[in-house]
Design a protein around this ligand. Structure first.
Ligand SMILES: *Cc1c(COP(=O)(O)O)cnc(C)c1O
Length: 308
């Protein structure tokens, strides 16, 4: 539901008139929008047999404001992080480290140590070099690091090229054809524990069909892994569900996106992990600002001027 509406010519956030908010605080976010966006995911998961025990890991890069992280943590969400700084932020809000997955292509030694010390759920590994480094760091810490490989399924997400991450040209993830061999390597490393499989194909997807295509590819790989004696406990389907920016756009419901995926997962005994970002926060805030001065220029026409 849209929590931002014009009533009697005044823009409101929930039941509050924004000029009053501006007078007291500055830029607002709508708590009801945040809650209902996350709740939509939780309801669909709770309503499907394959969604039992699932974990929604909010992608903190979408907005890492502490109050927002805290709200989601209290609603039972986990977090998808891409840096040590984000890990500190989510832990500072009281998040359970066992609900944190660590994504990103360039994890430093210090960030790996931070994740191991905190006892996070999973490192999402993007390259052979990263896997070797994590094995070494975990060995130094006397720990075994739980990992998923972020597999690039080579699926076109049909979104903007700058936010397409699942085609084989993208810098993200392990190439599909290399994934089995890298899983074998991971399974053989002494300080690595294979926990799951991960993919994230892009952002702002308004057509959910590429998610289905990607899942088919990932499940084919899970079957190969099972045949090779490598057990996968969770499947992380990434984020990427789009939101409505313009009136002519149609925002897919979480159910229309998720139920077809859950149907394919039914009976496989895989715990589902999701990493939505934009979908939870993108339509929950607006920038509220005030004109402080009018500064007419000779060459630059004021946008407020009616003269041309
Ligand atoms: C950005 C990102 C997300 C969240 O993507 P949204 O489009 O905001 O849902 C999830 N996982 C990874 C690895 C990301 O980089």
């Amino acid at each position: 539901m849209n929590q931002f509406a014009v009533r009697n010519g005044v823009l409101h956030a929930e039941s509050v008139a924004l000029p009053e908010v501006a007078a007291r605080f500055g830029t607002p976010a709508s708590r009801a929008s945040l809650e209902s966006a996350l709740q939509e995911f939780l309801d669909v998961l709770n309503g499907h047999p394959a969604g039992q025990g699932a974990l929604v890991c909010y992608a903190a890069k979408a907005n890492s404001n502490l109050a927002i992280l805290n709200l989601f943590a209290r609603m039972g969400a986990g977090f998808d992080i891409v840096s040590g700084g984000e890990l500190q932020r989510v832990l500072a809000t009281g998040a359970d480290p066992r609900k944190v997955v660590f994504s990103g292509v360039g994890k430093t030694v210090a960030e790996m140590k931070q994740g191991l010390d905190a006892g996070i759920l999973c490192f999402n590994i993007e390259s052979p070099a990263e896997l070797e480094r994590l094995n070494e760091v975990a060995g130094q810490c006397g720990k075994r690091a739980p990992v998923s490989l972020r597999v690039n399924p080579d699926v076109d997400p049909k979104t903007h090229p700058y936010i397409s991450t699942g085609l084989k040209e993208a810098k993200f993830g392990v190439a599909y054809d290399d994934a089995l061999a890298l899983y074998r390597r991971a399974a053989a490393l002494p300080h690595i524990e294979v926990a799951g499989i991960d993919c994230h194909i892009g952002s702002q997807l308004l057509d959910p069909s590429p998610f289905v295509e990607a899942l088919d590819r990932i499940l084919a790989l899970v079957d190969q892994l099972t045949a090779a004696g490598i057990r996968i406990h969770h499947i992380d389907l990434g984020g990427g569900l789009g939101i409505k920016y313009q009136d002519d756009q149609v925002q897919p419901t979480v159910a229309s996106y998720l139920n077809p995926l859950l149907d394919k997962l039914a009976g496989r005994g895989l715990k589902v992990v999701l990493e939505p970002g934009r979908r939870l926060v993108g339509n929950a805030g607006l920038l509220l600002t005030r004109v402080e001065f009018l500064k007419p220029g000779r060459a630059k026409i004021s946008p407020l001027s009616t003269r041309r």
